[in-house]
Design a protein around this ligand. Structure first.
Ligand code: ZN
Length: 344
């Protein structure tokens, strides 16, 4: 099923059916359901009882295989980390993983990249004919996770697409894709749902404080839903209080309290807070933390403008290396000390 806010995109896309592009790039903000949309689109392309609106029937043999994750003409390529998180299985990967464990090897953190081995496996798949005589469909997400070797390997296939193969690529960071990849795809921008529709949907999922969470999620409903059940929410609220304290922010307490959290998570909070400080100053209204408006106004009026720009750059630099192994405690201490200096 697609999400209710995607109906318009779905209907407009069906107009491409007679001339379906061999590669479609669905892009837009993270947390709006692009991957699920792509999967549903894939099922619609593989369904053997195709309806006028491209909706998969849910009952034919192809739909049943698809639901069980073993349609022979379908592949989904995602980084290991996403596969584990979203429960997306691929027979071959699972076997390889199991072999690792059986050997008693040390388990490593699942990769966040799409690796060349995965693309090679995919090329084997697109190299053979269709099992069912219809389209072969590949969903690849997120495209920005392709490492450089994998992207180049994929590019060759996109340049000379095998007949009957459809690529459905998903990206939240189109700016991180190789321009040559983008130029081989038909781009399809997917926009944020209207706030009212998103809030309604969140309320229907049982989310209290839907408007505040939606704001914090930058308008992305799935991100808001994840925030609602975020086990780190108490620490997040505590961190926001520290930031709201401005010159009284206790950098060492932050290092101590947050050291077990993933660096990208805390950097995300900090970055959104900095965005809101600037938005409060320039536009008079925050985007992510409207409930902290009073504290943001106070901090914005106290912060030094040039120090502000420097610190924002420092946070951005940290984001660039956030996935590398770092001493989280030291990183946080340094960042929150830098934050306090804004008010010196
Ligand atoms: Zn079907």
């Amino acid at each position: 099923m697609i999400y209710p806010w995607q109906t318009d995109d779905w209907n407009r896309l069906q107009q491409l059916r007679d001339h379906w592009p061999h590669a479609l790039l669905l892009h837009g903000q993270a947390g709006i359901g692009k991957l699920r949309f792509a999967q549903h689109l894939a099922q619609g392309l593989l369904c053997e009882d195709r309806r006028a609106n491209g909706e998969p029937c849910g009952a034919c043999v192809a739909c049943n295989w698809f639901a069980q994750g073993n349609h022979p003409d379908y592949r989904i390529v995602v980084p290991e980390a996403l596969a584990a998180e979203a429960g997306i299985g691929n027979g071959a990967d699972e076997k390889a993983e199991k072999a690792d464990t059986d050997d008693g090897k040390k388990t490593r953190a699942p990769s966040k990249e799409i690796k060349i081995e995965q693309i090679r496996g995919l090329l084997d798949f697109v190299g053979v004919g269709s099992h069912r005589g219809g389209a072969r469909v590949v969903v690849l997400a997120p495209a920005e996770a392709l490492n450089i070797a994998a992207a180049n390997a994929l590019l060759k296939t996109l340049e000379e697409p095998p007949a009957g193969v459809v690529f459905l690529m998903v990206s939240a960071r189109i700016d991180r894709l190789l321009p040559t990849i983008i130029s081989r795809c038909r781009q399809w921008p997917m926009s944020l749902p209207a706030p009212q529709a998103a809030t309604q949907w969140l309320a229907a999922q049982g989310v209290a404080e839907a408007p505040a969470l939606l704001a914090e999620a930058g308008g992305a409903p799935l991100t808001a839903l994840a925030l609602a059940s975020d086990e780190n929410r108490a620490l997040r609220d505590w961190t926001l209080k520290q930031l709201a304290a401005g010159p009284e922010c206790d950098a060492f307490a932050c290092g101590e309290a947050l050291q077990k959290l993933p660096v990208p998570l805390v950097l995300g909070w900090l970055q959104r807070w900095m965005y809101d400080l600037l938005a409060q100053r320039t536009a008079g209204a925050p985007r992510y933390f409207p409930q902290a408006s009073a504290a943001l106004t106070r901090c914005a009026s106290q912060a030094d403008a040039s120090a502000f720009a420097r610190f924002t750059r420092a946070v951005t630099r940290q984001r660039a290396v956030e996935n590398h192994p770092l001493n989280a405690r030291l990183v946080f201490e340094e960042l929150f000390l830098g934050y306090r200096e804004l008010f010196a």
